[in-house]
Ligand binder design. Structure first.
Ligand SMILES: C[S@@+](CC[C@H](N)C(=O)[O-])C[C@H]1O[C@@H](n2cnc3c(N)ncnc32)[C@H](O)[C@@H]1O
Length: 269
């Protein structure tokens, strides 16, 4: 519809979906962000901009993310974008909220996060959504696109950055993060894989091969079970890193979550 100035008002790119969210639901990804060299590099410099795309029926996860990102760079500005105008709330605690879709409402952020957004789209829509977001990132910008369960105990996310001119967008990495006490085996994460992978977890596909290998390493580390699932996972992840020549890796430092990051080439459909 033409605006009063005679311009065609652009509709946000995407569609309204369920707004399910929860307090602290994205804490595993938030904690990872604080230690991620990729995120630190994206947020380097004065007043970088981080956009939380599709924050849902309540803005809690955006406010929590802002608190965590300020540990990376205290000058970071954070904006939550929602495609549903009824879910846009007044700014608070130094965080802005506005209506917007994959076109990012004309913003040019250094970091974008979209969690539990693309899971409600078709797989065929994913590449276009990635391209639209990546085209709007500031130079050196990073896009985190992920999925988790209702309580955030199992979480999976991709990192993407701008593809070379003419190339299809492709993620850099896939990270799996889970509560050590609520997951029996690494392959339990399969049900929370990002949309680009979830339908590919079948024999013959790389993601299935990775999860099968991760389970095998987990089984072989059973001797560490008496020390707890975190210690057991560290042993399993070390074996997995060896068997994938480092393409799958877990942090060496002690961490609260069980984490695994793999190069996209190891899981790409
Ligand atoms: C399931 S909620 C996720 C909330 C929060 N990110 C979380 O993980 O808890 C998904 C939200 O994304 C919004 N959404 C869907 N497509 C969008 C788009 N293209 N741009 C912005 N928001 C979008 C929906 O309206 C919905 O509120």
């Amino acid at each position: 519809m033409p605006s009063p100035e005679g311009r065609i008002a652009r509709q946000p790119d995407g569609r309204i979906t369920r707004g399910t969210t929860g307090l602290n639901r994205l804490r595993r990804s938030d904690r990872w962000s604080v230690h991620s060299p990729l995120v630190s590099a994206a947020l380097r410099g004065p007043s970088p901009l981080a956009v939380d795309l599709g924050y849902g029926a309540r803005p809690d996860t955006t406010l929590e993310w802002a608190t965590r990102l300020r540990r990376v760079n205290p000058t970071v500005r954070v904006t939550g974008l929602e495609i549903d105008p009824d879910r846009v709330v007044p700014g608070r605690d130094g965080v802005e909220f506005a209506r917007g879709g994959f076109e990012l409402a004309g913003l040019r952020p250094n970091l974008v996060r979209a969690f539990n957004v693309l899971r409600q789209y078709d797989e065929s829509e994913v590449a276009d959504a990635w391209s639209t977001v990546l085209a709007r990132l500031a130079p050196g910008g990073v896009f985190i696109e992920g999925t988790c369960d209702e309580l955030g105990r199992r979480c999976c996310w991709l990192t993407l950055d701008a593809a070379p001119a003419g190339a299809e967008p492709a993620p850099r990495t896939l990270t799996l993060a889970w509560h050590p006490g609520y997951t029996d085996r690494p392959s339990d994460l399969a049900e929370r894989l990002p949309k680009a992978l979830i339908h590919h977890n079948v024999p013959g596909e790389r993601i299935h091969t990775l999860l099968t290998l991760a389970d095998r390493c987990w089984d072989e580390a059973a001797g560490y079970a008496t020390y707890g699932n975190r210690v057991r996972w560290r042993a399993a992840a070390a074996a997995l890193a060896e068997r994938t020549a480092g393409a799958a890796r877990a942090p060496r430092r002690p961490v609260r979550d069980n984490l695994l990051t793999v190069d996209w080439s190891l899981v790409a459909p």
